[in-house]
Design a protein around this ligand. Structure first.
Ligand SMILES: [Zn+2]
Length: 74
């Protein structure tokens, strides 16, 4: 187990998106990325919502994310 509380790294966020895109089960992704399943679910929900995802440039990590940023919680 890693870190405990707090957000996830931007690269982990990208990995989760990639695995979701490949169709991996959310439970398996959570295990592989070492994050809570709820985190995976949240990202998956964002993807499934489709069209209007309010992606913003995060001032913390510079990534294109759904604020609040999962990576740095700004
Ligand atoms: Zn960020």
């Amino acid at each position: 187990m890693s870190s405990g509380r707090g957000g996830i790294r931007a690269e982990t966020f990208s990995l989760i998106q990639e695995l979701l895109h490949e169709g991996m089960a959310q439970r398996a992704i959570a295990k592989q990325a070492d994050v809570h399943r709820e985190t995976v679910r949240r990202i998956a929900r964002g993807q499934q919502a489709g069209e209007v995802l309010d992606y913003r440039r995060c001032p913390g990590c510079g990534g294109l994310v759904l604020l609040p940023c999962l990576a740095c919680e700004v």
